[in-house]
Design a protein around this ligand. Structure first.
Ligand code: MN
Length: 429
């Protein structure tokens, strides 16, 4: 077991946000109306906003500023990352339930929270780092991240893409019942990462957090709903998603930095809001590096895992230029493979990917110049480009027609087997 993992385990089930952020640069008296968002976009470092104007809660943002930050949060390194996560994924540890949690030290109103207004044309103030925890009689616990639009009268609009929470809500709605939920804000990045992971339906994301920590994540029961939340969260919003109601949600500037459109989405009725003494609100700037890494990095081990079915893979990266969501680079290991299978598998494993570049293992996939070098010297479009029309892509890509239908391209930038001599890289003796 690597030593870094052991250090994490010492703090175990009580991992919290504060232990991770340390003592970042402080900013006094900023406004939640655009000003904090502007600072977070301009300064790519962790920033701590003491008592934003009109609020008693502090705000922290850019908690994760680089891949290295997230590797550190997970107790791993760039080299070990994918195997580390897949090992935890295959050995999940169910959460444990404890009697008391610091997340319930105090109570407040939803309007006491320093929720940010980020971008000019956003529909309003959005909670962006909330982990929504729900239960289903058949599938058990689920944790996922959803943007939440603040409305009047203790209500939130919630964007639910057709994945697990959508399924949970559909099932409760078909019984004519509201779906009880709790929203945890301000957790250690390892927990946020786990909630952003997309395991199959029925696999509890909080058990992945346990697997990553090497021991159970401690949860505490909510006061007004039958849901358990991470005991070390800074803030917990208890509530329910109302059966039969929809409300306009959007525009909202999302991961690509362009606006996602208005849709009719479900409504959360907020019940009790509890928090830690002197709670810190985690502001996650949409389209910022932190947002992009929490979206993209959990997908990489899962793409890697799927690719192992068709090819020896060295590494997988959702690149920065593709906003860590739309572009995938794969480097191959030694052995037999069909490039077309590799490309098709990436699109299947992560349907939002639009362009995939496949390179040999000598290329550093985290260096865009090296990837471009491979395309410039190892790729011939008439035989190495694979084009797929009318595919399901990401609705966040503004170049689609809005229905998410897209054209995908796979680029084979590998050296043809048997031709290695032509590609010998010149050395200076
Ligand atoms: Mn799930």
């Amino acid at each position: 077991m690597p030593w870094i993992l052991r250090t994490i385990s010492l703090r175990g089930g009580r991992l919290d946000l504060r232990s991770f952020i340390g003592s970042p640069e402080r900013v006094e008296g900023a406004s939640v109306e655009y000003e904090i968002a502007r600072s977070l976009r301009k300064n790519p470092q962790t920033l701590y906003f003491s008592k934003p104007t009109g609020f008693d809660f502090d705000v922290v943002g850019n908690v994760i500023t680089s891949r290295e930050d997230l590797y550190r949060a997970l107790g791993t390194t760039r080299e070990a990352y994918i195997k580390h996560v897949l090992s935890a994924y295959r050995n999940p540890i169910d959460p444990s339930i404890v009697d008391t949690g610091i997340c319930q030290e105090k109570e407040c109103s939803i309007y006491d929270l320093p929720i940010l207004r980020h971008f000019e044309k956003d529909a309003g103030k959005y909670i962006t780092s909330g982990i929504v925890i729900a239960k289903d009689p058949e599938y058990g616990g689920n944790a996922s991240i959803h943007r939440l639009l603040l409305h009047e009268a203790n209500r939130l609009g919630i964007r639910i893409v057709p994945r697990h929470l959508y399924e949970y809500f559909k099932r409760s709605e078909s019984r004519g019942e509201d779906l009880e939920i709790a929203i945890a804000i301000g957790v250690h990045p390892l927990i946020l990462y786990s909630a952003a992971f997309s395991p199959p339906l029925g696999y509890n994301e909080l058990a992945l957090a346990g697997g990553l920590m090497g021991q159970p994540l401690e949860l505490v029961k909510c006061k007004t709903v039958d849901i358990e939340v991470p005991a070390s969260a800074e803030i917990v919003i208890e509530g329910k998603i109302i059966s039969g109601e929809r409300i306009a949600e959007g525009p909202f500037a999302d991961v690509t930095g362009t606006y996602d459109r208005i849709r009719h989405e479900p409504v959360v009725e907020v019940g009790k809001v509890t928090h830690r003494k002197n709670a810190v609100y985690h502001a996650l700037l949409p389209s910022g590096m932190e947002h992009r890494l929490f979206m993209g990095m959990p997908q990489e081990p899962q793409i890697f895992k799927s690719l192992q079915e068709v090819s020896p893979v060295k590494n997988v990266c959702l690149s920065d230029g593709g906003r860590n969501w739309l572009h995938c680079v794969v480097s191959l290991g030694e052995g037999k493979f069909e490039i077309e299978d590799v490309i098709a598998k990436v699109f299947e494993a992560h349907p939002s990917v639009k362009h995939v570049v496949v390179v040999n293992g000598d290329i550093d996939i985290f260096d865009p110049d090296e990837v471009e070098y491979a395309i410039s010297t190892r790729f011939q479009a008439h035989k190495d480009a694979y084009i797929y029309k009318n595919m399901r892509g990401s609705t966040l890509d503004p170049s689609t027609d809005g229905d998410g239908k897209t054209t995908k391209v796979g680029i084979d930038a590998t050296i043809p087997p048997g031709k290695e001599e032509d590609y010998e890289f010149a050395e200076i003796p």
